[in-house]
Design a protein around this ligand. Structure first.
Ligand SMILES: C[S@@+](CC[C@H](N)C(=O)[O-])C[C@H]1O[C@@H](n2cnc3c(N)ncnc32)[C@H](O)[C@@H]1O
Length: 243
């Protein structure tokens, strides 16, 4: 079993790399839903926004032999890991190191889809609204925006349930994948469960499902929907209208 002192010493990147498959509830199901929603995109080029280790990109490239991805992340360490992961796909990727809040990366490229997982909640409401408008402008007609992320519950009962489900999923995943409570302890000690935090968090600023849906429609998207939700983790889909 990993000692608590070792867990404290890990950076966020190391914690997520080691325990991500447990910390992200039903991660495989989420990634499958995201990639299922990319079928029929008008250009086989996908921007993976805040790609981390490139897990979504890997799944997209595996399914689409003609596909290409652009990996964007603010962490060089994560980008290096993603590039390593995508090595078997023969250079069908480009890399962009950038902050999601910056605007330079939002100019000058057109994609068939933009995907993102567990990152947009770092932006405040105004940042999300602007991001959705910019992503809409970056998509080819008929292009898709698919986002998996934490959402903000609108009441105490929903918050408690999201927290409970997340904790339970992590306990089960820890047992399955680590044969014990190592990942569950890391989850608790790193205070990863947003729904258990006592008050607002300076880094994590999830918005409600209703806000996301409103802001996506306001940005011009059509077919705006929630297709999957568990433990506060939600998959949204939206399309730029085809010409
Ligand atoms: C929780 S991880 C999720 C990674 C990946 N999307 C996944 O689902 O496996 C969050 C990722 O967002 C990146 N990130 C966090 N804040 C960022 C920012 N302000 N700009 C760019 N990337 C950021 C981190 O480096 C990390 O790779």
């Amino acid at each position: 079993m990993t000692e608590l002192t070792e867990i404290w010493d890990l950076s966020d990147t190391e914690v997520f790399t080691r325990y991500g498959d447990v910390f992200v509830p039903r991660r495989h199901e989420q990634m499958t839903a995201v990639c299922d929603l990319l079928s029929g995109i008008p250009i086989p080029h996908v921007l993976d926004l805040c790609c981390g280790e490139g897990r979504l990109s890997e799944e997209y490239l595996r399914r689409n032999p003609e596909g290409r991805v652009t990996l964007l992340d603010g962490s060089r360490e994560m980008l290096d890991r993603a590039v390593e992961r995508l090595a078997p796909f023969g250079g069908r990727h480009a890399v962009r190191e950038a902050d999601i809040e910056d605007h330079a990366w939002r100019q000058g490229a057109t994609y068939g889809a933009v995907v993102t997982s567990l990152a947009v909640h770092h932006l405040d409401g105004a940042g999300k609204r602007t991001l959705y408008k910019d992503i809409h402008a970056m998509l080819a007609p008929g292009g898709a925006f698919v986002m998996a992320d934490l959402v903000e519950p609108t009441g105490a009962a929903a918050r408690a349930l999201a927290g409970d489900h997340w904790e339970q999923a992590v306990r089960e995943g820890s047992l399955e994948q680590f044969g014990g409570d190592e990942a569950a302890i890391a989850f608790e000690k790193s205070e990863w469960n947003y729904y258990r935090l006592p008050g607002p968090d300076p880094l994590d600023k999830p918005s409600s499902v209703a806000e996301h849906l409103d802001w996506l429609r306001e940005a011009g998207f059509v077919e705006v929907d929630v297709v999957w939700m568990y433990a506060g983790h939600t998959v949204f889909t939206a399309r730029r209208k085809a010409n």
